[in-house]
Design a protein around this ligand. Structure first.
Ligand SMILES: Nc1ncnc2c1ncn2[C@@H]1O[C@H](COP(=O)(O)OP(=O)(O)OP(=O)(O)O)[C@@H](O)[C@H]1O
Ligand SMILES: [Mg+2]
Length: 355
């Protein structure tokens, strides 16, 4: 596992702020914290590093799955960069972004005259990846007609450009990625089962960020470091901002985190990222949790009355804080003005100012 960056390496490269309180959630400091630009020390990510390491010098096909923004392309590049193919090209094809009519010639190439408009020979992405790695992104989007051709390629490592009768040897390693459930696609008849098994020799499943919150501190430090030098602004997180980020469940995964850090660095003052420098949905969530914190009394509660009292209390505070300005109070409560006015009527709270 010599390509792992252990703690010391990472510290030397300045990735980790030594002594940062944000290191605390990491239970096991002897774990690797990054590999080829993939950052994380959680068990699930370390398992991925270990698998990448084990398949590094083989030619086996790898399937990378995970939600959007979990790092599938980054991991596919790690597979390539740790392999003996690293000095050859890494060629990516987004199977969902190229129109079906063009995809075959884009992948396999064509010879001059193969179809109207084929005025010259074209090498195709498989040809361009010779000696290296072909990354089939969004492989679940591959049309059925091309799935058959890809299967043939995977069985023989030979292919023919469109219009060519001879076959060419393909010296490539295939890494595929998808954020759709291919087993479901197989069951629905949208993806060939035989191709699925061919692609799924080694399966790297990337966990969503919400399931590896212990990696947040590392990732935050990494993105602050990376983005600071790019945009020329540095900063660090206040405790409140860090708490808000720990509470958010990151539906957009690492990509969302990266964008959040960039935005916060641009907005923050005096080098400190405060909760207000985070998108409202992120700092709002921590606030929601704080507002909702209540202990169940020993004798229990009447839930409906308790919820009513809870609402009344927050509404009253919002009105008091804004000098009874219903527009501003509604904004503090995440409501529109009409809804707040209706609630006040329903709750007969119109006269609470005098009360
Ligand atoms: N573990 C990680 N460490 C560092 N950066 C990461 C990590 N995971 C993702 N990123 C960064 O997050 C962004 C999104 O990653 P990537 O494009 O690899 O995700 P993806 O899973 O391919 O997303 P999509 O499904 O939308 O194509 C990139 O900028 C990438 O560098
Ligand atoms: Mg991707």
């Amino acid at each position: 596992m010599d390509q792992f960056e252990n703690n010391d390496d990472a510290r030397e490269s300045g990735v980790i702020r030594v002594g940062s309180p944000q290191e605390a959630p990491l239970a096991n400091h002897s774990r690797p914290r990054s590999m080829e630009g993939v950052i994380g020390a959680s068990e699930s990510i370390v398992d991925v590093y270990s698998m990448v390491d084990r398949v590094a010098d083989t030619q086996c096909t790898v399937l990378v799955t995970g939600e959007s923004g979990t790092g599938k392309e980054l991991v596919a590049r790690a597979v390539h960069n740790t392999s003996p193919r690293a000095s050859h090209p890494f060629v990516a094809v987004n199977c969902g972004a190229i129109p079906e009519a063009l995809l075959e010639s884009e992948l396999f190439g064509h010879i001059r005259g193969a179809f109207t408009g084929a005025v010259a020979n074209k090498i195709g992405r498989i040809g361009a990846a010779q000696g290296g790695t072909l990354f089939l992104d969004e492989v679940g989007e591959l049309p059925l007609s091309l799935q058959v051709k890809l299967l043939r390629l995977l069985q023989s490592y030979e292919y023919s450009p469109v219009g060519e009768t001879k076959t060419i040897k393909a010296d490539i390693r295939i890494v595929a990625a998808t954020n759709v459930d291919l087993e479901e696609a197989v069951a629905a008849g949208k993806f060939r089962e035989d191709l699925y098994y061919r692609l799924n020799v080694i399966h790297l499943q990337l966990p969503p960020l919400r399931e590896r919150k212990e990696d947040l501190a590392l990732l935050i430090d990494w993105f602050i470091e990376k983005t600071s030098s790019r945009i020329g602004r540095s900063g660090e997180l206040s405790n409140a901002a860090f708490d808000a980020m720990m509470t958010w469940n990151w539906p957009g995964n690492v990509r969302e985190l990266e964008n959040t850090i960039e935005r916060a660095l641009l907005l923050c003052r005096d080098g400190i990222i405060e909760a207000r420098d985070l998108p409202a949905k992120i700092c709002g969530q921590a606030g929601n949790d704080r507002a909702a914190a209540a202990n169940l009394p020993d004798g229990g509660v009447d839930l409906r009355n308790a919820v009513d009292a809870f609402e009344n209390n927050l509404i009253r505070q919002a009105l008091e804080r804004t000098g009874w300005n219903k527009n501003q109070a509604a904004r503090l409560l995440g409501l529109n003005r009409t809804t707040l006015v209706e609630m006040l009527k329903r709750k007969r709270m119109g006269g609470i100012k005098a009360a």
